[in-house]
Write a protein that binds this ligand. Structure first.
Ligand code: DL6
Length: 822
């Protein structure tokens, strides 16, 4: 009989049961009779953690011994969601645990529902980071994710009378079993103060930053279990605390609140994700947040490096790779320069050579408002030494790179400079990222092309090999294996159990796309998932929908460029058609939205309100005989996405071409057998290439057509007057049809689309969008044709495995070696 390998899962059902009960009694301090569902969930997590920690230790020992290059992924967002089912799946313990709990009279899925989402992110960027750290561990790469341990992640969204209300999200109010505090690795971070120039005995000049304040960074580690359970990396999140948090003297003198002021101030730094930065205080807080987590992370990286190499920095760039996930962690570049030059006494040139080889930057958006800029005066006050370093980087860049290429060209210098001149001088973090990184990547082919051609064309001329592409991906473990168990089981049967690692294997399923028996199996699974969603919708919103209908889903942040308003216009147009002709020929359709709007984004919030008001009217209108339903699911988050995605028939990916960097929801829905209605934007283009354009409903202006129309001068009124349906729908917003007794409550949407200039060309794409929906309807009415398209979509998404993205990063940017944990 073969002996078990050290990494084989050694737990059987009885052992797991015993472990859960032991933890229930000795870790949770309760008993089987008294325990709440939460206690059972935590006891289960603790039992799983025994396995996780053992592997974590083994991984860290292996990495220490092998001492190969590691990637440090710096991100302001990690949208992890729930970890219980994910960790069980990745340790191959899901089934055993399910059975063990069933023996104890419990249901694993119910227990999983006790877990709050770790919503430490806003949207695609944060979820991508979560998928990437899953893939890095799965592929056995030495990697650490670094971010912020927000006390409250993204707000919890409630809907009251149709409007979004933001409530604090307290994901760890009663403790989170997946995180470990590491007091032994606390860091202290300086802020404010002044810089002194000191002349040393050997005659050289040195800069000394005298901090005005110090903040403590306390690390919390979340183990990241790779699929197969061999490698367990960590996600290290920094929590801010006051260095001296309690003033005895002030307290004893009766200043009970004042005695804690320092503590309150320091803790503010890791309080919330993206504090509102419309005020000066908000801007300062955001900059401090960014510096805080970057500085803690750089110190941590230094500590580890020095443990192995002492003060010999000649191997630093060979050992350390740092990825900047968007511009939020840009300050890590001058921080590493500061540490190397000021603290480690390296020459500027040597330090710069190291920095340049260490850093790489991922751009996630072309929207100018998302490329951060900080006022110089703010920098001067909060990070005075960093501003000096940025000036030095900039002056060397302009004289060594720009002047030789464009001699005497001040306009180009002004454009490429890290400092933007004007009434308020600003530090351009995007430019600093490009100048300080050895590679810059976009996240889908078309996006990367636009980064090169439109966003950073001169930088591309200076460094022709710097700008590259890595198309995003999603982990098939969470986004198929865990969230769609029936489809996963079908794929196990048809292609074997290797597909969660080699998603390309699914391609062989294409040959069954015409097979009636397979179609039936595939669509029965979809039907089951839809039936489950019907229950969730009823429970969350009270709305009755039928699984007979087409489930048409748009789930993503609310933004005008993503065009939820276009979807709404079309829904209203369908409603009008149905009112005009109750026998209007269409298959019943349920339009489902899930979306949060940034708290300060008024129009986005108005769009949510309009969706809800239209939903109320449409859902209760007996004249249309239930042919149209509209559902807005409150508090969209990862765990809700896990229920929506497997049930989607149609995936709405309708951004204005050229604006959505990639999208990842598009990949998740297609992988689960939804058909994309989408523009030729972001990764939609690559999805259509993989699945075949005939299996997607592609519509609308292309990137070049969008540019041409804008260049010609786009006038939305042309479409308003030319298309009577558009006119009627827009005029509806001014009436009280959807807001009885309160006309004009929805008018801001019409205004934005007409007088506001319709920046994102919703009216220009309306007719094509409406036509694409007709096509969807026709396809759906032919069940075999629909099943074939759905199967092909699911089977051809192999490219969008985040493991492939990570291998691309490794080959094109990071140069890592996989480090198997034995
Ligand atoms: O790369 C991950 C994700 C892309 O899939 C989305 O297309 C893109 O919108 C998102 N970008 C951001 C950055 N901020 N903004 N806007 O979240 O990144």
């Amino acid at each position: 009989m073969a002996t078990k390998k050290k990494t084989d899962i050694l737990l059987d059902k009885e052992q797991l049961k015993a472990s859960i009960i032991r933890h229930l009694r000795s870790t949770l301090g309760t008993s089987e009779e008294k325990a709440s569902q939460e206690s059972w969930w935590k006891a289960t997590a603790a039992a799983v953690n025994e396995q996780v920690y053992e592997r974590l230790t083994r991984t860290q020992q292996t990495h220490l011994k092998q001492d190969t290059r590691a990637i440090h992924y710096l991100s302001a967002e990690f949208l992890m969601g729930r970890l219980t089912s994910n960790n069980l799946h990745n340790l191959s313990l899901y089934k055993v645990c399910d059975e063990a709990l069933a023996d104890l009279g419990l249901n694993l899925s119910d227990l999983c529902e006790c877990e709050p989402d770790m919503a430490l992110g806003n949207g695609g960027l944060g979820r991508l980071a979560a998928c990437f750290i899953d893939s890095l561990a799965t592929l056995s790469y030495p990697a650490i994710g670094y971010g912020i341990h927000y006390e409250h992640g993204l707000f919890r969204q409630e809907i009251q009378d149709g409007r979004q209300i933001e409530r604090p999200d307290s994901w760890r109010e009663y403790g989170n079993p997946w995180e470990i505090c590491r007091p032994e690795s606390v860091q202290e971070i300086p802020l404010y103060g002044y810089v002194e120039t000191v002349f040393c005995d050997d005659g050289h000049m040195k800069k000394v930053w005298h901090a005005g304040r110090k903040i403590k960074g306390v690390p919390w580690d979340i183990p990241v279990v790779g699929f197969g359970g061999h490698t367990v990396n960590i996600l290290r999140l920094w929590e801010s605390r006051a260095s001296e948090f309690f003033d005895w003297d002030v307290f004893n003198a009766g200043g009970y609140l004042d005695s804690q002021a320092e503590k309150a101030q320091a803790e503010t730094i890791s309080k919330v994700l993206y504090p509102n930065d419309e005020t000066e205080a908000g801007k300062e807080l955001r900059l401090i947040q960014q510096y805080f987590f970057c500085a803690c992370s750089i110190k941590d990286i230094m500590r580890r490096y020095k443990r192995a190499h002492g003060n010999d920095f000649s191997h630093f760039a060979d050992q350390i790779a740092i990825q900047l996930n968007d511009t939020h962690p840009t300050i890590a570049i001058p921080e590493l320069m500061r540490v190397l030059v000021d603290e480690e006494d390296l020459q500027w040139e040597k330090a710069w050579d190291i920095c340049y080889r260490v850093f790489a930057y991922t751009n996630h958006t072309l929207l100018p408002e998302a490329l951060e800029k900080w006022a110089v005066y703010l920098f001067e006050r909060v990070l005075p030494r960093h501003l000096e370093i940025i000036y030095e980087i900039n002056s060397r860049f302009l004289s060594e790179k720009v002047e030789p290429m464009w001699p005497g060209n001040d306009a180009i210098k002004a454009k490429l400079s890290i400092i933007e001149e004007g009434d308020v001088r600003k530090v351009r973090m995007g430019n600093l990222c490009v100048i300080g990184s050895n590679k810059v990547n976009g996240v889908a082919e078309v996006h990367s092309r636009l980064v090169k051609e439109d966003l950073f064309p001169e930088f591309d001329q200076i460094w022709p090999d710097k700008l590259c592409n890595v198309t995003n991906g999603v982990t098939p473990r969470r986004w198929l294996l865990a969230c769609n168990p029936e489809l996963a089981a079908l794929y196990d049967e048809v292609v074997g159990k290797e597909w969660p690692l080699k998603l390309d294997l699914l391609r062989s399923v294409v040959k069954f796309a015409d097979d009636k028996a397979f179609q039936k199996q595939f669509m029965t699974i979809k039907r089951h998932n839809k039936e489950k969603l019907v229950e969730v919708i009823k429970a969350e919103t009270g709305i009755d929908v039928s699984a007979e209908a087409i489930f048409d889903i748009q789930i993503k942040r609310l933004h005008e460029y993503k065009r939820q308003q276009l979807n709404l216009l079309h829904i209203m147009a369908l409603y009008r058609r149905l009112l005009a002709d109750p026998d209007y020929d269409m298959h019943p359709r349920v339009f489902i939205f899930g979306s949060k709007a940034a708290p300060g984004y008024k129009l986005a919030k108005d769009i949510i309100y309009a969706i809800n008001k239209v939903a109320e009217r449409v859902n209760n209108d007996v004249r249309i005989k239930g042919k149209l339903k509209v559902v807005f699911m409150p508090n969209y988050r990862v765990s809700l996405a896990e229920k929506l995605i497997p049930a989607a028939d149609v995936s709405e990916q309708i951004s204005t071409a050229g604006y959505e960097a990639s999208g990842t929801g598009n990949m998740k829905m297609a992988l689960n057998g939804a058909i994309t209605i989408g523009t030729l934007d972001g990764a939609n283009i690559e999805i259509a290439e993989e699945a075949g354009e005939e299996n997607c409903a592609i519509f609308g202006l292309t990137v070049d057509e969008v540019k041409a129309l804008k260049a010609r001068g786009y006038n939305p009124y042309d479409f308003y007057y030319a298309n009577s349906e558009i006119k009627a729908v827009l005029d509806w917003f001014d009436t009280d049809y959807f807001t009885p007794g309160r006309p004009g409550e929805l008018s801001s949407i019409k205004r934005a689309l007409l007088d506001g200039g319709d920046t994102y060309l919703a009216l220009a794409d309306f007719a094509a969008y409406s036509e694409a929906h007709r096509k969807i309807d026709t396809w759906y009415c032919d069940p075999s044709l629909w099943a074939k398209k759905a199967i092909i979509n699911s089977a051809t998404m192999g490219k969008f495995n985040s493991d492939r993205s990570i291998e691309d990063y490794v080959a094109r940017i990071w140069g890592l070696k996989s480090c198997k944990v034995g």
